[in-house]
Ligand binder design. Structure first.
Ligand SMILES: NC(=O)c1ccc[n+]([C@@H]2O[C@H](COP(=O)([O-])OP(=O)(O)OC[C@H]3O[C@@H](n4cnc5c(N)ncnc54)[C@H](O)[C@@H]3O)[C@@H](O)[C@H]2O)c1
Length: 250
């Protein structure tokens, strides 16, 4: 593996499982010093153990991304431990309680938006402050193909994922001159605890709809996150990148 992030402070949200864990492990394997953020402390410890056992560097900042006090404290500790934030993978998200507009509880709508829209805004707010102090950085935010195309069952989730695409474009054009890039990735089916929770029927339906005929391994998403976070992607900003086995090409 290359060593593209040696010594750089990298913040990863949703790092206790799935795509966030895979990205944290990858960034650390290439020399990044990774601040692991999630609500799930046990999962964070497992991610930290993977990284430490492979000789990498990481520390845990347990944090609810929907709470400004929690995010502010976590980002302060990231900077104190590893210096100004150079890389943010803005990835924590939830689908929990989602459904159809005609029957969806307002509380479920509010919860999904608090994690998936307010969360990335708050984490980026403090990461941007740190990047501006440090002279630059790169933000990659996890949207979804649900933010690009109509999805039948996840109405709050879809709008929250559309919102982070708009935010990404705003960050890209606003902070480019200060050496900050911002991109969003739009995964299709990825085999993580999230899709296991949604259920086997969903997995089978999404697999059948995917031209490559399978879900992604989280490590395949981590490869894209690492590329976008690296200097190899130095001319890529404001990009909204599907990584979906061909799903949105249909
Ligand atoms: N798995 C897929 O098929 C898929 C497809 C497209 C997009 N995504 C997106 O990818 C991202 C990662 O999803 P995943 O599939 O790895 O899911 P996951 O459920 O396996 O992991 C999500 C992580 O986010 C954490 N989290 C949830 N709420 C939080 C909060 N308030 N504060 C901090 N952490 C919180 C969870 O504890 C969990 O560890 C999400 O934004 C999701 O919407 C997933």
């Amino acid at each position: 593996m290359a060593n593209r992030f040696t010594g750089r402070c990298a913040v990863v949200t949703g790092a206790a499982a799935g795509i966030g864990r895979a990205a944290a492990v990858h960034l650390a394997a290439e020399g990044g010093r990774v601040c692991l953020i999630d609500v799930d402390f046990k999962g964070l410890e497992e991610t930290r153990n993977y990284i430490k056992n492979a000789g990498g560097e990481a520390f845990i900042a347990q944090c609810d991304v929907s709470s400004e006090a929690s995010v502010s404290a976590a980002m302060k500790s990231a900077e104190e431990n590893y210096g100004s934030v150079r890389i943010l993978f803005n990835n924590a998200g939830t689908e929990s309680g989602d459904g159809l507009t005609d029957t969806l509880d307002l509380a479920a709508w509010e919860h999904i938006h608090s994690v998936n829209t307010r969360g990335p805004f708050l984490v980026a707010k403090y990461a941007l402050q740190s990047m501006l102090r440090g002279g630059g950085g790169v933000i990659t935010t996890t949207s979804s193909i649900a933010g690009l195309i109509g999805t039948a069952g996840l109405h709050a989730y879809s709008t929250s994922k559309g919102a982070v695409i708009a935010l990404t474009r705003a960050w890209a054009v606003t902070y480019a001159k200060q050496g900050i890039r911002a991109n969003a990735i739009c995964p299709g089916l990825v085999m993580t605890p999230m899709v296991a929770r949604i259920g086997q029927q969903f997995i089978e339906g999404a697999t059948a709809m995917t031209p490559l005929g399978r879900g992604a391994d989280p490590a395949e998403i981590a490869n894209l996150v690492a590329f976008l976070s690296s200097d190899e992607a130095s001319f890529i900003t404001g990009a909204i990148i599907p990584i979906d086995g061909g799903y949105t090409a249909q």
